[in-house]
Design a protein around this ligand. Structure first.
Ligand SMILES: Cc1cc2nc3c(=O)[nH]c(=O)nc-3n(C[C@H](O)[C@H](O)[C@H](O)COP(=O)(O)OP(=O)(O)OC[C@H]3O[C@@H](n4cnc5c(N)ncnc54)[C@H](O)[C@@H]3O)c2cc1C
Length: 481
């Protein structure tokens, strides 16, 4: 075995959502952290995300008069995933929602707000939180600033994690076996092309999912292998390869988040998931509705892709535009010219080249449904207010956002072997770890991505930092937004 050339309490592979959160929490508890990032200037799923993260039972909810609990949050996730979840892991993640929000607000001194006017599809109450600009770009920038300002965290750039380093540990006396098991004691990375070993008491894999790995997609999510992929970062499934070499078990590999509000043809912008809850509806190129638009952004993707040309027109009004413009993704779509305004339904249909009569019929039937609260055509349940001209519209398509399967972890984010034993010294969080979204694209509750990334990161960091080398850090001064 090669000699480690640098040591830290916790080694983290990947400086995205899970990696940065874990680094900050571990450092806060007194641990030294080496955070290795392959492409520090490049994109990550965190950066392109909507930056909305759930917390149940936060003081922001209490201030808005919203009653919520980790149990209610877990129940919502459970229902959405059709019961295909690991209950102890789900309970542990749901319980970390409010502490994660409070940690960011108090220890990291991030400006945090609750989106108190938005009950996202599948959530029983408003519980999505964000930084003021409601964007992953801003959240990414603030986390990077906090990491850079923390003396116990060293961010190593141009560092591609290639291998895990193990040492063998004899089985405890009385275990009835003479077998020795490997314990993870470090990792090997290519730093600007030079191989280097790092030693640590624990390693957290936070390198993201496998949405850009065609072979793994073909094996586990063949229906999305050829879909537009709007995630960023590397997403090559590296954590899966590293874990499998140590006999780790994979779980929920068929789970993914689709996105049914993505602007064609390149998917660089999207409208975000908040339009249907506020009252938007959709028609296909023939001017016909085809779905209960409030089912949720993930499963909506497949319905949109099944329409002629794989596209739909999302229709809303000035009120909804005014609500959505606070959110980063919608703002970017609007500013890049995807959203068109028209004075009447007929004018909107004409602009987008869809049959005018059919669209006007759909508009009037949808208005009736929104007014009466009953949708005999598609069974929609939430309507917002009926739409009023001037109308707004934009083409959308369906896409793959990110995968939800990965290394099976326990309720402390420790990676688990196929025989059920824990791999000592190895943790996983974010896209690297199995999530809480069941199978297929319909089990993803909005916010599951960051809920799991932040939740497992908090659990891993605290568990791994139980023997810190230093005292907890004092509170930071607020970062500039
Ligand atoms: C379009 C889109 C919108 C989303 N919106 C939301 C939302 O509003 N709310 C929500 O909860 N979730 C959202 N998500 C999901 C959320 O972004 C992810 O769940 C979360 O970012 C996953 O965190 P992560 O740390 O695993 O991955 P990332 O944030 O992608 O970070 C992984 C990091 O690891 C680095 N890396 C990869 N391989 C290596 C290697 N071998 N060595 C070193 N570094 C490596 C990458 O460069 C990257 O920086 C969205 C995702 C997408 C794609």
């Amino acid at each position: 075995m090669s000699t480690p050339t640098a040591q830290a309490d916790l080694l983290i592979a990947g400086a995205g959502a899970a990696g940065m959160m874990a680094a900050l929490v571990a450092a806060h508890h007194g641990a030294s952290v080496l955070l290795l990032e392959r492409d520090p200037g490049g994109p990550s799923n965190l950066l392109v995300s909507g930056g909305l993260f759930p917390g149940a039972g936060t003081r922001f909810q209490a201030a808005a008069g919203i009653h919520d609990s980790a149990e209610q949050f877990a129940a919502d996730v459970h229902v959405k995933a059709a019961g295909v979840v690991d209950p102890p892991v789900l309970a542990a993640i749901a319980a970390q929602g409010a502490p994660a929000v409070h940690f960011l607000a108090d220890a990291v001194q991030m400006p945090i707000k609750l989106l108190d006017g938005l009950t996202a599809p599948g959530h029983s109450v408003p519980r999505l939180h964000a930084t003021p600009g409601e964007s992953g770009r801003e959240l990414h920038r603030l986390l990077r600033a906090a990491v850079a300002a923390c003396e116990r965290i060293q961010l190593v750039g141009d560092a591609e994690v290639l291998e895990l380093i193990t040492e063998t540990v004899p089985q405890a006396a009385g275990s009835g076996t003479s077998q020795t098991l490997p314990r993870v004691s470090g990792l090997q990375a290519s730093i600007a092309g030079h191989l280097r070993d790092f030693g640590g008491r624990a390693v957290l894999l936070a390198t993201g999912g496998f949405a850009a790995n065609a072979a793994l997609l073909g094996q586990f999510i063949p229906e999305m292998r050829d879909a537009l992929h709007i995630g960023a970062g590397i997403n090559d499934g590296r954590a899966i390869t590293l874990g499998l070499a140590l006999e780790a078990e994979l779980a929920f590999m068929q789970g993914y988040q689709g996105q049914g509000h993505v602007n064609p043809p390149d998917g660089r912008t999207r409208l975000g998931m908040s339009l249907p809850p506020h009252g938007a509806f959709m028609v296909n190129r023939e001017g016909l509705r085809f779905v209960a638009e409030d089912i949720g952004p993930s499963e909506l993707a497949a319905f949109v892709l099944a329409q002629p040309g794989g596209v739909a027109l999302e229709v809303f009004d000035a009120r909804i535009h005014g609500l959505a413009i606070t959110q980063g993704p919608y703002r970017e779509a609007f500013e890049s010219g995807h959203v068109i305004q028209a004075d009447s339904p007929g004018e909107l249909a004409q602009h987008f080249g869809i049959p005018q009569q059919a669209f006007e019929n759909s508009f009037s039937r949808f208005t009736q449904a929104a007014t009466t609260g009953s949708d005999p055509d598609w069974g929609r349940k939430r309507f917002g207010l009926p739409l009023r001209p001037p109308l707004y519209g934009a083409w959308v398509t369906g896409a793959l956002a990110h995968t939800q399967g990965g290394l099976r972890v326990d309720a402390n984010a420790r990676v688990v072997r196929r025989d059920g034993s824990v791999i000592a010294g190895l943790y996983a969080a974010g896209g690297a770890a199995a999530s809480i979204s069941g199978l297929g694209g319909s089990g993803y509750l909005p916010g599951n991505g960051l809920a799991q990334s932040f939740g497992l990161a908090m659990l891993a960091a605290r568990h791994a930092a139980l023997r810190p080398t230093a005292q907890p850090l004092p509170p930071r001064s607020p970062p500039r937004v």
